[in-house]
Design a protein around this ligand. Sequence first.
Ligand code: BGC
Length: 508
Amino acid sequence: MGGGGGGRGVWFGVAAGCAAAACVIAAALVSRRVKSHRRWQRAAELVAEFEEGCATSVGRLKQVVDAMVVEMHAGLASDGGSKLKMLLTYVDSLPDGSEEGIFYALDLGGTNFRVLQVQLGGKGSNILKQKVERQPIPQELMISTCEKMFGFIASKLKQFVEREEGLQEGSHKTRALGFTFSFPVRQNSVSSGVLIKWTKGFDIEDIAEKDIVECLQEALTKEGLSMQVAVLVNDTVGTLALGHYHDQDTVAAVIIGTGTNACYVERPDAIIKYQGLLTNYGGMVINMEWGNFWTSHLPRTSYDIDLDEDSPNPTDQGFEKLISGMYLGEITRRVLSRVAVESEVFGDVSDKLSQPFALSTPLMATMHEDDSADLREVKRIFEQILQIPDIPLKTRRLVVKVCDIVTRRAARLVASGIVGILKKIGRDGSAPSTSGHLRAQSKRSVVAVEGGLYEGYALFRDYVDEAIVEILGEELAQNIFLKSTADGSGTGAALLAAAHLSNRKGYI
Ligand code: BGC
């Protein structure tokens, strides 16, 4: 018995030891699960908070529409009357297809710089031939000097012209050039103007007070180029011109690229701040500079506030910072970075995720549009770009969710901006007809749209369309057409140079 009792004691001892070990393992598992649950809870909480902060109910979008209209009126009433600058462009005739000849254009202001040659065949024929060359703008030029920047542009144009025209006779003729300069410019004619402020990361100090066309013309002369800068236009205006060339119901243009902006055709009597000076004009294109639009109705989160404070232009370009390609990737990165720090759902995080602008908007869009079952593009981008390997599928889904929140807000705000413009010019169908009914049968209105964010991002486009229908209703939205014009701003500048030289007045 004694021996048997001792054996039982050992057995009990082993059993008790095993049970204790099992308890420890179970406790460890439970604790790991609890921790993991907490991590998820925190991550989900942060994303839910962000989503709430970005909410764009139809009610809120309509408030943004109305605020846009109010600010447009204020900006037209006086300079400085609104954050919307509502700049005069002196463009009062838009191309209609009758333009003829060979024209050049330069397009500066986004991520890429473009040089173009456009051959126009005159009435009845379309654009006969078009050559475009684009290249990224070297980062250091964006913060260099006027001489370097315009010297670079002129030398690229010279190489292009030599390649296109070679030793042909035509190369000795003076050619007309349209210059798309996609920044806010105070113009005093269609071919002169002074920069108001740099945007989109450009910062060349010695441009202040200088006439941009003179700077370019000087650089062209230094290169020995025989070119006359016929028009200086914002990219929105170039886009409107190309839109109008193809479809004369085009009343406005919007850019959604690195930056964002819009322009539209206004009646001169509505431009109160210049009344009396515009008597010869039938209509004029107004460069709204809507990137600087602001209203308290815009949904803004702590991430947006931090991004703004860290930017080179705090409190400026508020609308742009919620919408454009320069910022969407960065907003996403900021949210993910906080989620990573506070929840550890990404595991050990590299420094990369905390680096400003480490996640570009095109990469964010790629993750958002990843439709593979295991979200392998998200995995790849995290591994290769952000140096965070093996994030679990659940976490990848969370990443896509954040991209969706950022993009959806941006696209819906663009939609309200567009409806705001249409409302201002009485094209949203909301004005009562003489019979007192809303004008569901109102005119067809086309808005030309350009910019990588719109052209290359199907989900973004879908969200814009969806929101326009939500704001206006199916019936009224049927009269509104958004038409994409790839490379439109450059081509449009060439067309405007042609239209301007043909001296047609008051066409719009
Ligand atoms: C500029 C506008 C420009 C827009 C789109 C903004 O940052 O201020 O002039 O039209 O970007 O390129």
